[in-house]
Design a protein around this ligand. Structure first.
Ligand code: OSB
Ligand code: MG
Length: 361
């Protein structure tokens, strides 16, 4: 049995800017687990610094090495692992990386595709695009290209004070497209008037306008604006999802398996949303082909009803670490059919982009 973690650095085709900063490359931790002749992979969604969340690559590596790796003996099921890891507070991204490693492991051991193992499947994921903050002309060009490529929804990253102009420009040029805006937590409740001005643009939702761990002020904001609220950062567990719906803080949740502790919790959150007649979609963290394959599998389950941020690999990278990147037709991506996540690693390229390797088991 062995557990290997690689720090992989892959340059983006273009830097990605959100209200919390700009990233020029994906600094990913890629996990590899070998046991009883089965080789599994997963990706931790943390990045170099603690900006989207308090977790970053260093905290994740620490938690995986010092607390989670030891729980892998006897190849536990993802559910058994999550129960064993419950006494460790927080660190959902580190836990999710190991939980997903076990989903891939057990799906491969059984010889079934992960997308089948996750429950009833649509057979495809509905795909939208997330566009980083950029100059107006660049954004308008990107939206036009996205519409031409068949994306089913366009999400614009917004920043405080500049939201009205960018959303208006895009809406004026594309009156009909399903459009959303993601603030990544850059507003406070006192900014409600600026957010209310966006109501006129008919956004399908506004994503995480307020505090990264807030529910209460989102519930207050929901009574002021007519645009539905989608929560991302604030939803770190199934309990938080229930609380968000019970308090009417959100009508939509962006599920990122990495943020909520893994695929088991993701499915639970999707079921909770269904019970509340709310909507869910699968988000992204600019993952390499490894992390992307988990997101696409989850997004193709019947429980997920809105288009997600699971663009094909070539939106992000000139070359990815997998040999079989996803392709999109008609705004849909089909999950891989071979066992587990079904990606084939390009080992030569992987070695070239690996900055450091740790043997944890
Ligand atoms: O808030 O959804 C977000 C990227 C990095 C961190 C946070 C977010 C995002 C994205 C991009 O919106 C989604 C993707 O294309 O992977
Ligand atoms: Mg978001």
């Amino acid at each position: 049995m062995s557990l290997t973690v690689r720090h992989v650095s892959l340059p983006f085709l273009a830097p990605f800017t959100t209200s919390f900063g700009t990233e020029a490359e994906r600094d990913a931790l890629v996990l590899q687990f070998d046991s009883e002749g089965v080789r599994a992979f997963a990706e931790c969604v943390t990045s170099a610094g603690p900006y989207y969340s308090y977790e970053d690559n260093q905290t994740a590596l620490h938690v995986i090495r010092d607390y989670l790796a030891g729980l892998l003996k006897d190849n536990p099921t993802p559910q058994a692992f999550s129960e064993a890891a419950e006494h460790i507070r927080g660190h959902s991204m580190a836990k999710a990386a190991v939980e997903m490693l076990l989903w891939d492991y057990h799906a491969k051991a059984k010889g079934v595709a992960l997308s089948r193992d996750l429950g009833p499947s649509k057979g495809y994921a509905d795909v939208g695009v997330s566009l980083g903050i950029d100059r107006r002309e660049v954004t308008l060009k990107r939206v036009g290209d996205a519409v031409k490529r068949g994306y089913q929804r366009v999400k614009l990253k917004i920043e405080r004070g500049k939201e009205y102009d960018i959303v208006k420009s895009v809406r004026d040029a594309f009156p009909e497209i399903p459009l959303s805006a993601d603030a990544n937590s850059c507003y406070r409740l006192r900014d409600a008037p600026a957010l209310k001005r966006l109501d006129r643009f008919g956004l399908v939702y506004i994503e995480q306008p307020l505090g990264h761990d807030d529910l209460l002020d989102h519930a207050k904001l929901a009574r002021i604006i007519s645009t539905p609220i989608c929560l991302d950062e604030s939803i770190t567990s199934a309990e938080r999802a229930s609380q968000a719906f019970e308090t009417d803080a959100a009508e939509v949740i962006n599920i990122k398996p990495g943020r909520v502790g893994g695929l088991g919790n993701s499915i639970q959150i999707a079921k909770i949303a269904k019970k509340h007649k709310a909507h869910v979609w699968v988000g992204g963290m600019l993952e390499t082909g490894v992390g992307r394959s988990f997101n696409v599998s989850l997004a193709s389950t019947r429980l997920v009803d809105y288009p997600g941020d699971t663009s094909p690999n070539d939106k992000y990278y000139a070359k990815d670490i997998v040999k079989n990147p996803f392709t999109m037709t008609g705004g849909r991506i089909r999950p891989n059919k071979s066992p587990g996540i079904g990606v084939e690693l390009d080992n030569v390229f992987l070695a070239r982009v690996t900055k450091k390797t740790w043997k944890l088991l």
